[in-house]
Design a protein around this ligand. Structure first.
Ligand SMILES: NC(=O)c1ccc[n+]([C@@H]2O[C@H](COP(=O)([O-])OP(=O)(O)OC[C@H]3O[C@@H](n4cnc5c(N)ncnc54)[C@H](OP(=O)(O)O)[C@@H]3O)[C@@H](O)[C@H]2O)c1
Length: 235
């Protein structure tokens, strides 16, 4: 078993955006990070920058087999996560629902909903066996409200709220599952849906300075509560 430091934090989608920024902030605070993303170049860059016990793997959360193999390896080498952050997601290109092709709609559902279920299926049994740990499923303001041209994304984020609250009712006491609205942050995803006005919002690095301490404080008391990262840096 790898000698981990601090909490063991598993994060999906660490190539870019919020996931990438959380890696740096958790490690800076002395915690151990296990991450994944599809980009082999981004994974190689992370692995070069952060050595063991940190661990970065190139994989697609849509593949149940790939997630199963990843979880098996990590549970053997590192044990069960203290924090499991389901962050990886896609947004559809802005368009009315009737103009979103079947493949693009499926891709958004596959990553944002089935990918999260895959990660839960293979990591959470070890957390339940230990009766500890917090699962954070990244939702959105668009998991609690809606806008035109992002219907597929809204559908998956509203689903994330329901999935997470049902999961919360299944966990043993001592654990928590939380749907989290991270706020509005200038990432590739925001630039896709907001265009040029995305630059008015905080960077992922600024957000992570606020979000990581917020995530580290989550406990069994938060089980089933829809939460939002908010504070000075997000105003
Ligand atoms: N930015 C915002 O303002 C905002 C607002 C509300 C909610 N959120 C939520 O916050 C989370 C992070 O968003 P973000 O803005 O950081 O998005 P982003 O910049 O688009 O980054 C998404 C990350 O997910 C990874 N990813 C995508 N599909 C994947 C797959 N199939 N398997 C593994 N990794 C995958 C991407 O890496 P690869 O391409 O290398 O796989 C990337 O690292 C998402 O759940 C999003 O819905 C963001």
């Amino acid at each position: 078993m790898a000698a981990t430091k601090g909490k063991l934090v598993v994060i999906t989608g660490t190539s870019r955006g919020l996931g990438r920024a959380m890696v740096e902030e958790f490690i800076r605070r002395g915690h151990t990070v296990v991450g994944c993303g599809r980009s082999t170049a981004a994974v190689a860059e992370l692995a070069k920058r952060h050595h063991a016990p940190h661990d970065f793997a190139a994989l697609d959360v849509v593949s149940d087999e790939a997630v199963q193999a990843w979880a098996k390896r990590i549970l053997q080498s590192h044990g069960a996560p203290d924090l499991l952050l389901n962050n990886a997601a896609l947004i559809n290109r802005n368009a009315p629902l009737w103009e979103v092709g079947a493949q693009e709609f499926s891709d958004v559902v596959d990553v944002n909903l089935k990918g999260v279920a895959n990660v839960i299926r293979h990591f959470v049994p070890a957390m339940v066996a230990r009766r500890s740990g917090v699962i954070v499923n990244f939702s959105s303001g668009w998991g609690r409200s809606t806008s035109a041209e992002v219907a597929p994304y809204c559908a998956t984020k509203w689903a994330m709220e329901g999935l997470t609250q049902a999961l919360a009712q299944e966990l043993p006491s001592g654990m928590a599952a939380v749907p989290l609205n991270p706020g509005i942050i200038n990432t590739d995803m925001l630039q896709s849906c907001f265009g040029g006005s995305a630059s008015a919002y905080p960077s992922a690095e600024e957000w992570a300075k606020l979000a990581v301490p917020f995530l580290l404080k989550l406990s069994a008391r938060d089980n089933g509560c829809p939460l939002t990262v908010s504070g000075a840096a997000m105003d």
